[in-house]
Design a protein. Structure first.
Length: 283
């Protein structure tokens, strides 16, 4: 028997939005608002496609929407999330570069890499090389004074713990940040790149395996197997081109405030809301 399908709409004040464009759906008038009136789940047929004009009307009101199997959140066994500009609001390497007055230069490389215009590993090494000589204390400053979790991140993690969903942070960024986030929020797993330092200063190099697009997809596959999960019990989310392989490999691939190339690769897009939206796709 096939899984029922739903059209899910989300907005912080959804009950106050104009949803007249959906009145053609017979089930629309019977649908109930959930999650403090921020979410609406409308039963649809398995082959339902939202008319383009209706989608445009919803997006004009900053409403996130997706067509999904009607599943409880505990159906998921594993969420794999990118860190920079997904789990947190910043790109750490860009903010570290501010300490040597090179933020604009590094940000330009980051943007091209995230759009898929540059090889990720080569661009990462080029950016890290620019950090040579920077005091390690700059990392602490970024962590304590600049880094912020994305809206809804802490609630999403609380829901994961309550429903038995494992959470993995996997980043092309740096272990300095992923490890501190893992400890602070009780994340199940965290993987990133290792910056090297000598005499309290960054050397401009990396050590160990590079966490790139393929490594992210490999970690998703490895832990799907370790946790004895089916692919449709996994969700991967990110914003950049190096997230595309894991987004495509997961049962639910989420482009979070993503670059166009990443949006095109995902079957779910979070364009406007925070990470709480990811939880609210499910019952």
């Amino acid at each position: 028997m096939s899984q029922p399908t739903v059209l899910v709409l989300q907005h912080p004040q959804l009950s106050q939005c104009d949803l007249a464009a959906l009145s053609f759906l017979p089930a629309f008038v019977k649908s109930d608002y959930l999650f403090n009136q921020t979410t609406l789940r409308v039963p649809v047929t398995a082959d339902f496609r939202l008319p383009e004009q209706v989608g445009a009307t919803l997006m004009a009101q900053h409403i996130d929407f997706a067509i999904l199997p009607d599943l409880p959140f505990e159906h998921l066994g594993l969420i794999v999330s990118d860190m920079d500009s997904t789990f947190i609001t910043i790109e750490c390497v860009d903010e570290i570069a501010a300490g040597v007055g090179l933020k604009d230069q590094v940000t330009a490389i980051t943007e091209r890499s995230m759009r898929g215009e540059l090889d990720f590993e080569a661009s990462l090494r080029a950016r890290v090389a620019l950090l040579k000589g920077l005091p390690e204390g700059e990392l602490q400053y970024v962590y304590e004074h600049v880094l912020q979790p994305s809206p809804g991140a802490e609630w999403l993690l609380k829901e994961c713990k309550q429903h038995g969903v494992r959470f993995m942070l996997v980043s092309g960024g740096f272990t300095y940040f992923t490890e501190r986030l893992r400890q602070k929020y009780g994340l199940d797993y965290a993987f990133a790149n290792q910056l090297t330092a000598q005499a309290g200063q960054l050397t401009g190099t990396l050590s160990g395996q590079i966490i790139d697009a393929q490594a992210k997809a490999d970690l998703l596959a490895e832990y799907t197997q370790k946790l004895d999960l089916q692919p449709n019990q996994t969700l991967a989310m990110g914003d950049g081109a190096n997230d595309i392989p894991m987004i495509q490999a997961a049962g639910f691939g989420v482009a979070y405030h993503a670059k166009p190339k990443t949006q095109a690769a995902a079957n779910i897009q979070v364009r406007f809301g925070g990470l709480d939206v990811v939880r609210k796709w499910f019952r």
